[in-house]
Design a binder for this molecule. Structure first.
Ligand SMILES: C[S@@+](CC[C@H](N)C(=O)[O-])C[C@H]1O[C@@H](n2cnc3c(N)ncnc32)[C@H](O)[C@@H]1O
Length: 274
C-alpha cells in the first residue's frame, strides 16, 4: 500500500454510490478503449469498484485475463460475486493501491482507470505507476468526468448549490472534480508522448433515467460520504443537504428534466524505451 496517507475518497461506498457504479458497462464506460483490445490481452483495471466494467472488459479478452483492484476490500466482494454470477472466469479482484501497485514492470498489455484520477491527490504519480506495469507498446487508458461541464434544465437553484458544494468538498480532499479537462496535461506530465484524446457525454432525459439520477443524488447528498464530509468540513448543514435533496427529487419529476456532462478520455502508449 501507499507510504503516504490514503487519499480521502469523496464518494465513499454507500449503497447509493455503488448502486450507480454497478450500472456501468465496458461498452458505455470504455468504448474508446475497446477497439484496441485483442483476445489474449492482459488488462489491469484500477479503482474497479463493484467490477461491472472489469467483468465487461474480461468478456472482450476471452483468451486473456483482467485483474481488478481497489483500495476498499468490501466492494471487491461484490465485484467477485458479479463476475461469478455472470459466468466470467478470466477475471480476478485484488486489494491494491494505484500509487503502489504490487506488480512487476511490464506485467500488463493495458491498464485502465475509469473515474479514478478525479478522486486522487496525485494523479500524475498514479499515471506513472500505471505506465510502469504496462509493457512497452502497451496502453494506459483513462476516462474521467468533468463536473464543471454539468448542465441541467429546468433551472433549479438546489442543483447549482449541489454542484458548488461537490466542487468544494472535492477541493478540500485535494481532488479535482473537473479532472476531464486536465487529463491531457497529466498524461504529458507523466511522460507520455503518444496520447490520443477523445470525449463522450452522458445524456439523461428518459423519465426512468432522470428519476434514477435525481433520486440517487438526493440519497447521496444526504447519506453518503459526500454528506458526511460536507458537514464535517463546515460547508453545509444537514438541513441544507435535505433541501438540496428535495430539490433533486422535485427536479427529477419535471416532465422536461434534462441533464448532461462530458467525460474526457485519454489513451497513452507506453514508449518502447519504457
Ligand atoms: C468513482 S469509483 C469508480 C469505480 C469504477 N471504476 C467505475 O467507474 O464504476 C472510484 C473507485 O476508485 C477507488 N480508489 C480510490 N483511490 C484509490 C487508490 N488509491 N487505488 C485504487 N483504487 C482507488 C475507490 O475505492 C472507488 O471504488
Amino acid at each position: 500500500m501507499s507510504e503516504t496517507p490514503a487519499d480521502r475518497y469523496t464518494h465513499g461506498h454507500h449503497a447509493s454510490v455503488v448502486g450507480q457504479h454497478r450500472r456501468r458497462t465496458a461498452e458505455d464506460a470504455a468504448a474508446f478503449l475497446l477497439p484496441h483490445l485483442e483476445p489474449a490481452m492482459s488488462i489491469l483495471d484500477v479503482g474497479c469498484g463493484p467490477g461491472s466494467i472489469t467483468t465487461g472488459l474480461a468478456r472482450r479478452v476471452p483468451d486473456g485475463h483482467v485483474t481488478g483492484i481497489d483500495v476498499v476490500e468490501d466492494v471487491l466482494l461484490e465485484a467477485r460475486e458479479l463476475a461469478s454470477d455472470s459466468g466470467v472466469s478470466n477475471v480476478t479482484f485484488e486489494a491494491g493501491d494505484v500509487y503502489a501497485l504490487a506488480y512487476e514492470e511490464d506485467r500488463f498489455d493495458v491498464a485502465y482507470a475509469h473515474q479514478v484520477l478525479q478522486h486522487l491527490t496525485d494523479p500524475v504519480r498514479a499515471l506513472g505507476e500505471l505506465r510502469r506495469v504496462v509493457r512497452p507498446g502497451g496502453l494506459v487508458g483513462v476516462r474521467d468526468a468533468d463536473y464543471g461541464t454539468m448542465v441541467h434544465a429546468p433551472d433549479t437553484p438546489e442543483l447549482h448549490r449541489w454542484l458548488e458544494l461537490y466542487h468544494a468538498v472535492a477541493a478540500r480532499n485535494d481532488a479535482e472534480a473537473d479532472a476531464g479537462r486536465y487529463l491531457y496535461g497529466w498524461f504529458r506530465d507523466a511522460r507520455f508522448d503518444e496520447i490520443e484524446m477523445s470525449a463522450s457525454t452522458w445524456v439523461f432525459h428518459e423519465p426512468r433515467q432522470i428519476l434514477n439520477w435525481g433520486d440517487s443524488w438526493a440519497e447521496r447528498v444526504t447519506r453518503s460520504a459526500l454528506a458526511e464530509q460536507a458537514v464535517e468540513y463546515g460547508l453545509a448543514s444537514a438541513d441544507e443537504l435535505e433541501a438540496i435533496a428535495e430539490g433533486w427529487r422535485r427536479w427529477a419529476r419535471e416532465p422536461d428534466a434534462f441533464f448532461t456532462f462530458l467525460h474526457v478520455e485519454a489513451l497513452g502508449r507506453v514508449p518502447a524505451a519504457g
